[in-house]
Design a protein around this ligand. Structure first.
Ligand code: SAM
Length: 299
């Protein structure tokens, strides 16, 4: 029988050895990763994210194949699908459809939190609670009463609340449209979205304190998303730089495609130069411009 703690340690060792520098030397992030049992947040039945020869996503059931389930939970670069078609597809067998909720893969979660760089006592807003795993990692760092997380799907939110409570993780999970943020607990020192957007929701910019940090996966014309690290002015504007390539599911309200020109992208945006764009966002929209970096950045 696989051992969760051992699998966690193996994941940590592999990420430490990877040139992508997942933990960035941050001891708190390593500690949080080792302290929070990822398996505690993963539902009993999840879908594998790549289709089989029959075109269906295989269901992995902890009750039937506990070893395979646990190994899947600790696959470094594999998200596990927890909802298809907004819950219209029951988790009772192989299925097909649109992925609408997942537990993001380990490397992506760690990389997002590294860029977010939360500090103890800071007020954090997370959009896209999902299973509750990433918010539990956040709360481990920032402490009691600091993390608000918004999940649009009531069933997914209920699962996360139950899992937080069973683990004693102090996260305030709200069922709402995260694009509106949560003004009641604003301003936030840091906001992180675990679902991607085509356009930065103005509420996030308004609810960020001056100098606050926003980390969000942004749709691009390149066929994948960019994680953009913004600094807010506190007056509804922010300027950001892409820090990583990533793929996320969209927030519900922004699933429909829009021409990238309308979203502030230049017509000649070049994927190989993704690091050299700057994103300016405000209440009226966003502008993405080529601004060559002067200093090399780490991977
Ligand atoms: C990739 S999952 C998040 C994974 C999560 N961070 C975890 O650790 O399990 C994205 C989540 O965003 C949620 N979501 C989509 N649109 C949303 C919105 N407008 N507001 C809040 N949550 C949203 C989805 O229901 C889904 O659960």
């Amino acid at each position: 029988m696989a051992d969760a703690k051992l699998l966690r340690q193996q994941c940590l060792d592999r990420m430490e050895a990877d040139p992508r520098n997942y933990f960035g030397g941050l001891a708190w992030l390593r500690e949080a990763f080792m302290a929070i049992p990822r398996e505690h947040f993963v539902p009993t039945r999840v879908w594998w994210p790549r289709p089989g020869d029959d075109g269906l996503y295989k269901l992995i059931d902890r009750d039937k194949t506990p070893n395979a389930w646990l190994k899947a939970v600790y696959r470094l670069r594999t998200p596990l699908i927890t909802q298809i078609d907004d819950g219209a597809v029951p988790a009772s067998g192989p299925a097909t459809g649109w992925f609408t909720s997942s537990i993001s893969c380990i490397t992506v979660v760690i990389e997002m939190l590294r860029h977010l760089a939360p500090r103890p006592g800071e007020r954090i807003l997370e959009i896209g609670t999902g299973t509750g795993y990433s918010s539990a990692l956040l709360a481990h760092r920032t402490g009691p009463g600091t993390v608000t997380s918004i999940e649009i799907d009531p069933h997914i939110a209920a699962h996360a609340r139950q899992r937080h409570s069973a683990l004693g993780a102090d996260v305030h999970t709200i069922t709402d449209d995260g694009e509106l943020g949560h003004p009641a607990a604003a301003p936030y020192d840091r906001i992180v979205s675990m679902a991607s957007v085509r356009r930065i929701p103005p509420a996030w910019l308004r609810q960020l304190r001056p100098g606050g940090v926003l980390v969000v996966p942004l749709d691009t014309p390149f066929g994948w998303d960019l994680t953009v690290l913004f600094t807010g002015t506190g007056h509804g504007t922010a300027v950001g730089r892409p820090v990583a390539t990533v793929e996320f599911m969209r927030v519900r309200g922004q699933r429909g495609a829009r021409p990238h020109g309308e979203l502030g992208w230049p017509a000649d945006a070049a994927p190989q130069q993704w690091r050299d764009y700057e994103v300016r966002a405000d209440q009226d929209g966003q502008l993405i411009q080529f601004v060559q970096r002067r200093t090399p950045v780490r991977p």
